[in-house]
Write a protein that binds this ligand. Structure first.
Ligand SMILES: COc1ccc(C(=O)Nc2ccccc2)cc1NC(=O)CCSc1ncnc(N)c1Br
Length: 273
């Protein structure tokens, strides 16, 4: 509802429930909007921390763009408000929680579950690229699961500035494609690379270029030192798809719409998403 963004929300509009998680910039709580009884996730960001990390303008830009995004596989940002010390983001609540916790629990996902998630993400990325938005942080930590089991891209530390954020954020390097590791300009095809890393991690339980030292991970990425373990057993179709996404030359990576037609996706993804 477009009105959701224009309305002036205050903390008094919500009953605050249990903590859902702790992000880099603040905590997330389950909350219920009093008038509608609508359940949401309320993210609380401290202004002091935003200022310190110089991300206020990035947050403003994100909130502006996200209020126009509508896609089943993209977590909604309904609106925001602030008080003296904090900024509050009113987010869609993903009732089945975090993908990375699910992956830790299962160790790795089935081919059907992986294909369904990768297909949903590809559709969300096609939608975003259509709106000239690239470089989402699509690693397991930023993915949530909705009430119907559908996957939702939930972190929005994205856009070209993310690169600096990621470097300063010292998050995992595992998802960086060669052109970013080698600091050359990048385009939407970085998301295809990250999706290939994610597909591998869903199937094997760890990203393909993982190494103890950052320098080793860098080396393995730029070399595209891709190896498939013997266990768990993964079908040739899945390996074929991953090998078409983890290609050093970004122009040779499988385009997202071709991914949706790949036999392994067609045979394994649940169309309901
Ligand atoms: C549209 O989702 C967002 C949009 C924006 C930002 C954000 O912080 N941007 C930002 C913050 C500081 C500086 C620059 C950008 C974050 C999220 N999303 C999240 O933080 C996910 C919160 S955890 C969670 N959420 C729902 N259901 C659950 N079960 C859980 Br667990």
């Amino acid at each position: 509802k477009a009105s959701a963004v224009e309305r002036r929300w205050t903390l008094n509009d919500f009953d605050i429930g249990m903590p859902l998680g702790r992000g880099k910039f603040g905590h997330v709580y389950l909350a219920r909007e009093k008038r509608s009884n609508h359940i949401v996730a309320l993210k609380v960001l401290f202004k002091s921390q935003l200022k310190q990390s110089q991300v206020e303008h990035q947050l403003r830009r994100e909130v502006e763009i996200q209020s126009h995004l509508r896609h089943l596989n993209i977590l909604r940002l309904y609106g925001y408000f602030y008080d003296q010390t904090r900024v509050y983001l009113i987010l869609e609540y993903a009732a089945k929680g975090e993908v990375y916790k699910e992956l830790q629990k299962c160790k790795y996902f089935s081919e059907r579950r992986t294909a369904t998630y990768i297909s949903s993400l590809a559709q969300a990325l096609i939608y975003l690229h259509g709106k000239h938005v690239i470089h989402r942080d699509i690693k397991p930590e930023n993915l949530l699961i909705g009430i119907q089991g559908e996957l939702k891209i939930a972190d929005f530390g994205w856009s070209v500035h993310t690169f600096n954020r990621r470097r300063t954020m010292c998050g995992t390097l595992d998802y960086l494609p060669p052109e970013m590791v080698e600091s050359v300009e990048h385009d939407a095809s970085v998301d295809i690379w990250s999706l290939g890393i994610l597909c591998y991690e869903f199937l094997y339980g760890a990203p393909p270029f993982e190494a103890k030292e950052h320098s080793d991970t860098y080396r393995r990425i730029v070399k595209v030192d891709l190896k498939y373990p013997l266990k768990p057993i993964v079908s040739p179709g899945a390996k074929d798809l991953i090998s078409q996404m983890l290609v050093k030359d970004s122009s040779q990576r499988l385009p997202l719409h071709k991914l949706l037609e790949h036999p392994w996706i067609v045979q394994n993804a649940d169309p309901a998403g």
